[in-house]
Design a protein around this ligand. Structure first.
Ligand code: ADP
Ligand code: MG
Length: 696
């Protein structure tokens, strides 16, 4: 069979309808797909041992001759056993195969084989169970570096590897997509070589060359995409020039004196907005560092300049909270603040929309409903996106079209998730960055404890004590309802004891805190119910709020001094850090209890990391290492294409090289119109195909 990139997997021997369906689940339907299904790991099967010298640890290859004809025995119905003794000049090895009857005929006395498996010792007898075996001289999966693939049920690594091996010849049909100049400058291997050697490398060196080239390629296209975006933006329209205004006047509205860091960032923002170029600024500041004040200042400046500003929050709870605090702050200065969320009635929405179009609202606060089609502003000059990690490149690009009149709005992105430097370079490559690296004075650091189930009663006692002192408490659960289907694949125990908000809150109220006022809050509640629950907690009516992570971002109740996180091992570190940031926002000493029954040592270590530091950057680096970039950007909706090979936590140097290469290519050919750069343009387009706003 002549294999081309497009050869369907169903034409491979051994792949019928059923297997094809399973492979499809992995996104594999043609030979070409197989080649870009990179291994997740490798097993070194190159070293071949003699029977005596083979180590007892791990799987090894042993070369030996079958000393007899295999013996087949049926132990009972459904259990077949094949046994055979193999020998070399150092001794004998006793092989047992369970339910692989074909082995009786596959192994022939007197022939030499390579057996791959784990050697065990029973007394002086050496044994191996269910080894993989191949005839000497006809090896494809022994004596080599063996790829290990991500799999799905019903597809074994062996099957996948053999399919990939058959598909290897079509590597020649993959076009070379990296420009010659770039390959030369960075000593990158050719596409064909890399596609072959990423699967079946001759040696470590070949593997490293292949990996480096393919990872470079991924990063290169990503970087090219972002550079392209940035250059387009800087050429793109004028920004509305917002004249500078008396800062003191704004500061007199604030109930506190800004920190030096806040003050500095305010100046940076004001300078950007006065410059006549559209601002594209990211404000990074740890939870509680006071980013809202910066947003308020920017909005106030806009209003003073006769323009409109819009602030977008990732959740309704947060939008409502921002609406309240910004109204309270800015209304006395004559700024008209409005709220637009999905939960308003149709009539209310219509009214707010009309007011925005008429320019009767100066500062609009809302969720993504704010940028939905049909919302028109009279003179929108500023968009603030709170909690950027939920608000990706695509959304930002969509905003650029909102201003009208040939001007682009200023964009201010606020994030409390400290982004590891590697990721920041990629995702924020097109933004200027300000950092609020200082917390308001008078905060006492949050004490964090990791506890196990045996301390549960003591923990409840602690809740009681806090409430008795007039404080409030959050209890965070990983689930809303008890749902056995929610078990993660590979979960130790299918019987879940994940705490679920509804049942747990009922139980707490009945059995543990009958005398306390408990409330619940989760994402499945109706918007009005959520609002009411949040309001009751904010004003202190609710003493203990049992909630999901809907309170994760931005919620600000300074009187809350204790947060308990159930099944803490279920959350990412950055997420825990965010949750922890819900307390310690006032002057009260605050505490965070991470309760877990995990048996994983790794999980415990991660929780202890969190307990030992409050440095958001350090925490996010740990998170990136442990869980990959997915946690930061979720999925492709956030504008960050999937990286298959590039390790965003580890390929820092490669990334900067790729970035450098992309930049210099774009310097030479900003529109990517040179024939030799067309493939780059095509690839970048395809990479961002899910975010069409960027490249049309
Ligand atoms: P975040 O950066 O997490 O969004 P917020 O803007 O919500 O932080 O501020 C956290 C809390 O700190 C709020 O209650 C806010 O009023 C208060 N705050 C902000 N800046 C200061 C300051 N300079 N001095 C005292 N309190 C401040
Ligand atoms: Mg905030």
């Amino acid at each position: 069979m002549d294999i081309t990139r497009d050869t369907p997997l169903t034409s491979f021997p051994g792949v019928g309808e059923a297997r094809a369906k399973k492979l499809e689940k992995l996104g594999l339907s043609s030979a070409g797909d197989l080649l870009t299904w990179y291994p997740r790991d490798y097993e070194d099967r190159r070293k071949v041992y003699s029977i005596r010298d083979a180590p007892l640890e791990g799987r090894v290859c042993i070369s030996a001759m079958a000393a007899e004809h295999p013996r087949l025995a049926r132990i009972r119905k459904g259990l077949e056993l094949v046994q055979v003794k193999v020998v070399d000049h150092t001794g004998a090895l006793h092989l047992t195969f369970f339910n692989q009857g074909y082995v009786e005929r596959a192994i022939r006395a007197g022939e030499d084989y390579i057996f791959y498996g784990t050697v065990e010792e029973q007394g002086r007898r050496r044994t191996m169970v269910n080894p993989i075996f191949e005839r000497v001289g006809k090896q494809s999966f022994t004596g080599c570096i063996m790829p290990v693939y991500r799999l799905t049920a019903g597809i074994s690594n062996h099957l996948l590897a053999s399919l990939v091996r058959q598909a290897l010849p079509c590597a020649a049909q993959f076009p070379e997509t990296l420009p010659q100049s770039v390959r030369q400058e960075h000593s990158l291997a050719a596409a064909e070589f890399s596609l072959k050697n990423i699967h079946f490398p001759k040696d470590e060196k070949a593997l490293e060359l292949a990996r480096r080239r393919l990872a470079f390629e991924e990063l290169f296209y990503l970087a090219a995409g972002f550079s392209f975006l940035k250059s387009r933006r800087s050429q793109g329209g004028e920004g509305v020039s917002i004249p500078p205004c008396s800062k003191a006047e704004f500061l007199s509205l604030l109930p506190f004196v800004p920190t030096a860091a806040q003050s500095r960032v305010m100046d940076e923002v004001a300078a950007d907005m006065a410059s006549g170029k559209p601002m594209n600024r990211l404000v990074q500041g740890d939870v509680g560092s006071g980013k809202t004040a910066v947003a308020a200042y920017a909005g106030w400046l806009c209003a003073q300049g006769g323009c409109q500003a819009a602030l977008m929050a990732p959740t309704e709870v947060l939008a409502e909270q921002h609406f309240k605090s910004l109204s309270a702050l800015l209304a006395p200065a004559g700024v008209r603040v409005g709220l637009l969320t999905g939960s308003l009635t149709a009539a209310e929405k219509k009214k707010v929309r009309a007011a925005l179009a008429e320019g009767e609202i100066d500062f609009a606060v809302g969720t993504h409903a704010l940028i939905s089609a049909g919302v028109a502003f009279r003179r929108l000059a500023l968009i603030v996106a709170d909690e950027q990690h939920r608000f990706g490149v695509a959304q930002r690009a969509a905003l650029a079209s909102k201003s009208g009149e040939g001007t682009s709005p200023h964009v201010l992105v606020m994030s409390a998730t400290p982004i590891p430097r590697t990721l920041a370079l990629i995702i924020y490559g097109d933004l200027d960055v300000s950092v609020i690296d200082q917390l308001p004075p008078g905060r006492t650091p949050i004490e964090t404890y990791v506890v196990r189930e045996d301390k549960r009663q003591r923990m409840y006692g602690f809740v009681r004590k806090q409430v008795a002192e007039g404080r409030q408490v959050y209890i965070i659960c990983p689930a809303v309802e008890e749902n056995p289907d929610a078990a993660l694949p590979g979960e130790e125990s299918p019987i879940l004891n994940l705490k679920a908000v509804k049942t747990y809150a009922e139980k707490l109220q009945k059995e543990v805190f009958p005398d306390l006022r408990l409330g619940i809050l989760h994402g499945k509640m109706k918007p009005r119910e959520k609002e009411a629950a949040m309001a009751a907690f904010t004003c202190g009516e609710t003493q203990v709020l049992v909630a999901t992570t809907v309170v994760e971002v931005g919620v600000d109740v300074p009187n809350a001094s204790l947060i308990i996180i159930e099944n803490a091992d279920r959350f990412g570190l950055s997420q825990l850090h965010q949750l922890r940031g819900r307390v310690g926002r006032g002057q009260h000493p605050s505490h965070c209890v991470l309760i877990t029954s995990t048996r994983s040592r790794e999980a415990m270590e991660r929780l202890h990391t969190l307990a030992s530091t409050t440095d958001g950057f350090q925490i996010s680096e740990e998170d990136l290492k442990a869980r990959g970039p997915g946690d930061f950007f979720g999925n492709r909706q956030h504008g960050l294409p999937q990286m298959k090979l590039a390790d965003l936590a580890g390929d820092m140097r490669l990334l900067s090289q790729a970035q450098e290469a992309a930049r210099s290519l774009l310097d030479r050919d900003p529109q990517l119109i040179q024939p030799e750069n067309r493939p780059v343009w095509e690839r970048v387009r395809r990479l961002f195909a899910d975010t069409p706003d960027i490249f049309n």
